[in-house]
Design a protein around this ligand. Sequence first.
Ligand SMILES: CC(C)(COP(=O)(O)OP(=O)(O)OC[C@H]1O[C@@H](n2cnc3c(N)ncnc32)[C@H](O)[C@@H]1OP(=O)(O)O)[C@@H](O)C(=O)NCCC(=O)NCCS
Length: 174
Amino acid sequence: MPKIEIREATIDDVEAMRGLLNDEIRNDVNVWDETPRSIAVMRAWLVERLDSGMAVLVATRAGAVIGYAGYGPFRPHSGYRHTVEHSVYVDREERGSGAGRALLRALVKIAEERGIHAMVGGIEAGNAASMHIHREMGFVETGRMPEVGKKFGRWLTLVLMQRTFDGDNAGTMP
Ligand SMILES: CC(C)(COP(=O)(O)OP(=O)(O)OC[C@H]1O[C@@H](n2cnc3c(N)ncnc32)[C@H](O)[C@@H]1OP(=O)(O)O)[C@@H](O)C(=O)NCCC(=O)NCCS
């Protein structure tokens, strides 16, 4: 089996990334959007992220994109400028083979190198796999907000997991 590689995303990856995101939007509760992204919206999002120096990474196997991860502003107010919110997506067929962990590890490394102070992931409370890899990468739960989302007719709880690079709850990475 060819190994998983991690690299920075380019605009040529946008359609593959859109496929991964729209699968989540249509079929699962890990993304709380309900309308699939058009290619124009996804492309504009990626261009904006790349142009503003936000990290976007893809995982590939034999050249094919099997996952992606990235971060952007946590909240749109200047006082939050040292904090980012990130997300990670892996093709269903590829889950459990280490791509999610590899993407998150690489993203944390870039954030730290670029002087980000805190990373926050918003995770649906039932998403044990995501919590598992976040804990492994030194994230701790810093927030739990019951029933702030609803999808497929079900109330959803948001868990915030945070890694602070030189703060009180700073974790350690393996
Ligand atoms: C979360 C996600 C990114 C993980 O990607 P992945 O490629 O499967 O991750 P990895 O293979 O690196 O690791 C998954 C780990 O979770 C563990 N895991 C899976 N299901 C689990 C469960 N129900 N309970 C506890 N751990 C679980 C696996 O055993 C594995 O750990 P291990 O290698 O120590 O055994 C992927 O499931 C995904 O894309 N989910 C949909 C989108 C999403 O939830 N994104 C995260 C929100 S920020």
